[in-house]
Design a protein around this ligand. Structure first.
Ligand SMILES: Cc1cc2nc3c(=O)[nH]c(=O)nc-3n(C[C@H](O)[C@H](O)[C@H](O)COP(=O)(O)OP(=O)(O)OC[C@H]3O[C@@H](n4cnc5c(N)ncnc54)[C@H](O)[C@@H]3O)c2cc1C
Length: 465
């Protein structure tokens, strides 16, 4: 029996960041991880490998458009095996990095299946052997896994999930992506760049349905222009497969029965929490459809048990949300002041081409909430750096409250959207107003300065369009 201040089940971004901060705060900390490596979904099959592939797709797009930039490019070829090797190297390097940071901060970790085992206890099972860890506080950070559709089971050869699509040894000639959320549109973007014929099937009326409606419309337009086929408002009814292809049957938005064939199919229909067999039944924690309810310090209804990350009810399933939740939980355990994570202050970044970055209320959400909404919108076509980059589609849209000029939401689609999102996040966190922001000096020429024009456009005072 070993005694710790904190035991953390799961080493994804919520778990490993929480553990490192706990170490920094002087808490004796241990992490239990079922896999033989640290980093979770984000590092191994989520954020990092997909962003590596998106970067490679971006570089390839630049080569393909070489003539536009004054280069004569010939003999251009994709070496998929080399791309996969680089992706895997990056993942391994960062997993080792997490191990290094654990050592640096005196965080211990053990491999095994962790289960809450009553007040202050975690049962760890590995190869049929059980041991117990005693800890003052326990964090459950067990993450999520891909959902499938009723009757459509991934076989990981033709019907893929976000895990198996990363293992492809060849670029498929055609791909059907079911689901147009962040995961679906990122893979659609990657394989479209690499020459795959991509079709997206989405049940809701628009792509990236959580984004502002104008952002969805812009992405739809841009994807269609790149040759990605999109069918929204459709319901997938079944998938048949033979040795060569998958055939999807679906009803289109007019209710007409349709079929589509492709070499591969990716299921990107959301993620479900992995809380089964984690011992929650031994606790008073409130669990709903697998999601765990917590208060502002990530405490469940069971004293001493916290929940963090993708398993938390009502919070977005994002790595950076999990990281901050982990920090809040362990800071609270250490008895130090902390600031709760507010849902409306969590940025959302989608790295397809064009990129999307957003935070806060959409125009519709702000109107529905009763605000007298004032919109500002600045198209990247008026931004000189975007022109230099050869990427001037999209816009920055600011949603504000007319009364005090409060910034309620910012929605960006276009070049470097996921980077210039940093200013949007700062404004909302610090409760800045339109007047603060339109009077802030933005460096020129940067893509970032489009933010300044967008804030000014709320008052009809934009300069560059
Ligand atoms: C394809 C894809 C792309 C994504 N891209 C982004 C992105 O760009 N940006 C972003 O913010 N988010 C992205 N996400 C979401 C992000 O990966 C998750 O929000 C994040 O990983 C959640 O972190 P977590 O710590 O809650 O859980 P996870 O990262 O899922 O980690 C949970 C860990 O717990 C372990 N575990 C589970 N149960 C047990 C148990 N009982 N005992 C021991 N160990 C256990 C698992 O093995 C895993 O290591 C992406 C997701 C996917 C699928």
């Amino acid at each position: 029996m070993a005694k710790y201040d904190v035991a953390i089940i799961g080493s994804g971004p919520g778990g490993y960041v929480g553990a490192i901060r706990a170490g920094e705060l002087g808490l004796k900390t241990i992490v239990v991880e079922k896999d033989p490596f640290l980093g979770g979904t984000c590092l191994h099959v989520g954020c990092i490998p997909t962003k590596v592939l998106l970067h490679h797709a971006d570089v390839y797009d630049h080569f393909k458009n070489g003539a536009e930039l004054g280069f004569e490019v010939s003999g251009l070829k994709i070496n998929w095996a080399n791309i996969q090797t680089r992706k895997n190297k990056i993942v391994t390097k960062h997993a080792k990095g997490v191990e290094f940071l654990f050592k640096k901060n005196k965080v211990e970790w053990v491999q095994g299946w962790g289960k809450y085992d009553g007040a202050g206890k975690v049962c760890v099972e590995k190869d049929g052997k059980k041991s117990t860890i005693e800890a003052g506080a326990i964090l459950l950070v067990s993450g999520s896994e891909a959902k499938s559709l009723p009757g459509i089971e991934p076989d990981h050869k033709q019907i893929l999930t976000n895990r198996s699509i990363l293992q492809l040894t060849e670029i498929p000639k055609s791909l059907i992506v079911v689901g147009a959320g962040a995961v679906g549109v990122e893979f659609a973007s990657i394989f479209n760049s690499f020459g795959t014929e991509v079709t997206i099937l989405e049940a809701l009326p628009r792509v990236v349905p959580l984004e502002d409606e104008e952002v969805s419309a812009e992405l739809d337009k841009s994807f269609q222009k790149k040759g990605i086929h999109i069918s929204t408002g459709c319901s997938v009814e079944g998938v048949n497969k033979d040795a060569k292809c998958v055939t999807v049957s679906f009803k289109d938005k007019a209710g007409k029965a349709q079929t589509l064939h492709a070499e591969k199919l990716l299921l990107a229909v959301g993620r479900q929490p992995m809380t089964a067999n984690c011992g929650l039944e031994k606790s008073k924690a409130k669990v709903e459809r697998g999601f765990v309810h917590v208060n502002q310090y990530m405490q469940t209804d069971e004293p001493g048990l916290y929940a963090v990350g993708d398993i938390v009810a009502g919070m977005p399933q994002l790595a950076h949300a999990a990281m901050m939740e982990g920090i809040v939980a362990v800071t609270h355990i250490a008895g130090k002041p902390t600031q709760p994570v507010l849902k409306t202050r969590i940025p959302s970044a989608t790295y397809c081409e064009p990129q999307i970055g957003s935070i806060g209320l959409t125009e519709k959400q702000a109107k529905d909430a009763g605000y007298k909404v004032k919109i500002g919108k600045f198209p990247f076509v008026g931004n000189s750096k975007a022109t230099i980059l050869g990427s001037h589609g999209g816009f920055v849209k600011v949603v504000s409250d007319e009364k005090y000029g409060e910034v309620l939401g910012i929605h960006i689609i276009g070049p470097l959207a996921t980077e210039i999102l940093s200013e949007a996040t700062t404004v909302l966190k610090l409760e800045g107003t339109i007047d603060d922001m339109m009077n802030m000096v933005h460096a020129h020429p940067t893509v970032w300065e489009a933010m300044g024009d967008a804030f000014a456009s709320v008052r009809g005072l934009q300069i560059n369009v």
